[in-house]
Design a protein around this ligand. Structure first.
Ligand code: KIV
Length: 270
């Protein structure tokens, strides 16, 4: 399987080949995702929620995001590796955005993702001019959770739908190579996908997008609380971990582990 590039993603849209995307935050999961042929791996700022237990993505910073990007980059060979730029790392000025995006590329990312429409157009233009590929993100943009009044379905009114479409066109014009559409009606995502030449990657945006992304911990069932409507659980990893840890604890407490097979002996020719 050949290396996934931003250009290849565009070709996949043209040929109707769906793009498979997931988040990752560490080396071992990056190895697994890359090994099974996931096309796009995002070091999401959702790390705030699923790795650090923070309530929003507003409180994660450059230091943590760079740390996770380095770890994931060590395990990725084929997938396109994208790093999420955290809150306030790209909003203050284009200059700061360039410096911070550059740090992600130095950490091993091949592109960055930023949230928002018109207000980030200038930043996108500057980054792309300097050779840094940018993925956009519209719809539910978690870094704006307080302005949006929660993690609600977006683009519900005709006016909001037109605004979203206008923002999507603007981001394409500014040079984004792809666009995440989060938690919007499927019909709206399908329309945006048809109108843009760059691939859309949906999360809670229905089947009409060019690709799909989920937060890894959500689709693996790492947390016991019921998942969002748009998350399909493909495993119950929390249950598997609990079973393994209980079996280990029982073995340790009963003296079954370590047994002979897992122990060394003097002069046994190991
Ligand atoms: O932070 C993240 O994981 C994301 C995806 C949900 C698209 O932005």
């Amino acid at each position: 399987m050949s290396k996934v590039t931003t250009l290849k993603l565009g070709k996949m849209k043209e040929s109707g080949e769906r793009i498979v995307a997931l988040t990752a935050y560490d080396y071992p999961t990056a190895l697994v995702l890359d090994g099974v042929g996931v096309d796009l791996i995002l070091v999401g700022d959702s790390a705030a929620n699923v790795v650090y237990g923070m309530k929003t993505t507003l409180t994660i910073g450059m230091e943590e995001m760079l740390y996770h990007t380095r770890a994931v980059a060590a395990g990725v060979k084929r997938a396109l590796l994208i790093a999420d730029m955290p809150f306030l790392s790209y909003q203050v000025s284009a200059g700061e955005a360039v410096a911070n995006a550059g740090l992600f590329l130095k950490a091993g990312a091949e592109a960055v993702k930023i949230e928002g429409g018109r207000p980030v157009k200038e930043v996108v233009t500057r980054l792309v001019e300097l050779g840094i590929p940018v993925m956009g993100h519209l719809g539910l943009t978690p870094q704006s959770v307080h302005r949006l009044g929660g993690y609600r379905l977006q683009a519900q009114t005709a006016a909001d739908q037109e605004k979203l479409l206008a923002d999507a066109r603007l981001l394409e014009e500014a040079g984004c190579f792809s666009l995440v559409l989060e938690k919007i009606p499927a019909e709206v995502a399908t329309r945006v996908t048809k109108e843009l030449t760059i691939p859309t990657i949906g999360i809670g945006a229905g089947p009409g997008c060019d690709g799909q992304i989920l937060v890894l911990h959500d689709m693996l069932g790492m947390f016991d609380n019921p998942p969002f409507k748009f998350v399909k659980r493909y495993a119950d990893i929390a249950k598997a971990i609990r079973q393994a840890v209980r079996a280990y604890a029982d073995d340790v407490r009963s003296g079954r582990f370590p047994d002979d097979q897992h122990s060394f002996h003097i002069d046994a020719g190991h």
